[in-house]
Design a protein around this ligand. Structure first.
Ligand SMILES: Nc1nc2c(ncn2[C@@H]2O[C@H](COP(=O)(O)OP(=O)(O)O)[C@@H](O)[C@H]2O)c(=O)[nH]1
Ligand SMILES: Nc1ncnc2c1ncn2[C@@H]1O[C@H](COP(=O)(O)OP(=O)(O)O)[C@@H](O)[C@H]1O
Length: 204
């Protein structure tokens, strides 16, 4: 019998590098996590694909899913909904696989309320001027949206205290290593494994 999978939540301000670090983590050797694809009402960007980057849905459809309890969490962020479909997360954890969520801060805190056994990692920028230049350099947002994202980032950093770990994204490869070490040690936590040993003893 294996334990239920570990829920790993990577969060942090927009532009800090969550997507970049997540992709590098998934490509790195020995990583074995299932990525939960989020649903959103925002416009698809050039190069994105439905069902790969996000499930792109209308507001109407998204609101229907909220009403019928099909979202683990959702948040409205800069005018659009973003959320995590619940069924996929539960099913995959039940299969004993680790599930990886990359979501913004409000949503992560809602997940924490519902699934406190997860590991909650806050990705931080080395400093705030670097955060702003990352958002500007990414080139996906207009200046008004960038300023809005920076304002949200200020509020989000205050929420760091609700997380288990803070990982600085100075260099992508270093951030990936830090996250891998955290996950490895979380797998060894006694509350996660003790039931398996108790069961083994009974059957011995
Ligand atoms: N709460 C929540 N946030 C999400 C989800 N998926 C993505 N996000 C976050 O929504 C924010 C905006 O996403 P997006 O427009 O793709 O911008 P980007 O991640 O900054 O490139 C980011 O901070 C994402 O991490 C989700 O399922 N739930
Ligand atoms: N460690 C890093 N050093 C320099 N630039 C980075 C680093 N991590 C990410 N970036 C860049 O910052 C921008 C925002 O990264 P992205 O992954 O889209 O952030 P998020 O998903 O948190 O919004 C991208 O242009 C990305 O290439």
């Amino acid at each position: 019998m294996s334990e239920r999978g570990l829920l790993i939540v990577l969060s942090g301000p927009s532009g800090v590098g969550k997507g970049t670090v997540r992709k590098a983590l998934f490509e790195s050797e020995g990583s074995d996590y299932e990525y939960s694809i989020s649903m959103t009402t925002r416009q698809m960007r050039k190069g994105e694909e439905d069902g790969v980057d996000y499930f792109f849905r209308s507001r109407e459809e998204f609101e229907e899913r909220i009403a019928s309890g099909k979202m683990l969490e959702y948040a409205e962020y800069v005018g659009n909904y973003y959320g995590t479909p619940l069924d996929y997360v539960n099913k995959t954890l039940d299969e004993g696989k680790d599930v990886f969520l990359e979501i913004e801060v409000q949503g992560a805190l809602k997940v924490r309320e519902k699934m406190p056994d997860g590991v909650f990692i806050f990705l931080t920028p080395p400093d705030f001027s670097e955060l702003k230049s990352r958002i500007v350099n990414r080139g996906t947002d207009e200046m008004s949206v960038i300023n809005e994202r920076m304002q949200v980032a200020r509020e989000e950093v205050e929420m760091m205290s609700h997380y288990d770990y803070a990982v600085v994204n100075d260099e992508v490869s270093k951030a990936v290593e830090r996250i891998q070490r955290i996950i490895a040690s979380e797998h060894c936590r006694v509350p996660r494994v003790i039931d398996r040993y108790k069961k083994m003893l009974k059957e011995f």
